[in-house]
Ligand binder design. Sequence first.
Ligand SMILES: *[C@@H]1O[C@H](CO)[C@@H](O)[C@H](O)[C@H]1NC(C)=O
Ligand SMILES: *[C@@H]1O[C@H](CO)[C@@H](O)[C@H](O)[C@H]1NC(C)=O
Length: 429
Amino acid sequence: MAILSTKLIAQLSVLAACSVANANNAPQANGLDAFIEKQRSISLQGVLNNIGPHGSRVPGAGAGSIIASPSTENPDYFYTWTRDASLTLKMIVDEFLLGKKQLQPYIEDFIRSQAILQTVSNPSGTFLPYGLGLGEPKYNADLTRYNGAWGRPQRDGPALRAIALITYSNWLVSHGQKQKAKTVVWPVISNDLSYVGQYWNSTGFDLWEEVRGSSFFTTQNSFRALVEGNALAKKLKVQCIGCDQAPQVACFLQESYWNGEYFVANINGNTGRTGIDANTVLGSISAFDLNAKCDDASIQPCNSRALLNFKAFVDSFRNATLYPINKGIPQSKGIALGRYTEDIYFKGNPWYLITAGAAEFLYDAVAQWKVQGSLTIDKVSLALFQDIYPKAQAKTYKPTGKHSEFPKILKAVTDSTKPLHSTQPQPRI
Ligand SMILES: *[C@@H]1O[C@H](CO)[C@@H](O)[C@H](O)[C@H]1NC(C)=O
Ligand SMILES: *[C@@H]1O[C@H](CO)[C@@H](O)[C@H](O)[C@H]1NC(C)=O
């Protein structure tokens, strides 16, 4: 079966894109902030170039159609996927909220395009009330149905699209445009939430489009969509059909994927794999909420199980027979990471985007501990901290007092993502 590879994570963060764009000119550890400052607009423009109708790399793409890649062969990714497009739009909305007001037309084009796309009958099914068509993973660049064989349905698409549009709607509400949020955006969000409410407990294909079952990433984003949708519906004084399912989704997320050591990425299907997979780390990044508590049902990056799961994932790539690139790198340092160790797609090698995504996971957790002014290490997460900060104990650390270890531990976590030999400037050849 044809599958995606290089598409998905490009959208997770602008920073992730940086590592690829400048692979030959790696940022020095102390110059990382300066690098990001410079790279940010270059990466953003790179994304905009892939959006119709005016994107310079995607002639023929419809208005609001976010194309996975200009590549048309080996692999052919000149299509729009609901998951990828929604993650991209979420990043664009975040940049818009941070002040790039010139991005608003892209958001509005997207909303219009999706309002139409939701109604397009396709091999997965039709529009509501039955609604199975919303689980269709990909469409042609010109926003018509794609009829080829594919791993369908993929149920994370509607959840991710809802999350991106809810974020934008919340901005509209807080800027005096509640009516617009209610009449223009909410109908699109509502369709997606209905779908999530109706089908979260059915199997589908995972984010790598390879295995059928229940996927941690999909369940986690379904939960976030329903919770945030419910909150928005209250503000708009509209009914959210589907949102009442949130508590059941939370239970499923909490109870069914954890095996005592890590979150099994795909369940309710026969994968023949360990289940250790970037799926579960990327899930927590996509559910990231700076102000959430670490024991929140959404399983944030600072969640103890998420941290132990992170260690299981990273350690699975420390096998130097499989990944000679990681040979000799100490346990306290980050390594090159791929999707999962059984991967054979394009030889299943580590991938810049996932490596950067893993760093993002740790930065998210550090940001949360800073906001909370507290870090609780427990028996579950202790093993990860001991890799990075050997003196770590299972207790609560606070930033108060002259000899507080709190800043040292946070710094150790951040520094674990930096390249081993980055303190000396490399000569330019
Ligand atoms: C449906 O939900 C139940 C209860 O959480 C769970 O045990 C089961 O695995 C779920 N099945 C699917 C396909 O999501
Ligand atoms: C590393 O991978 C090889 C090849 O799959 C396997 O034979 C070996 O047992 C692995 N080593 C460890 C320590 O897991």
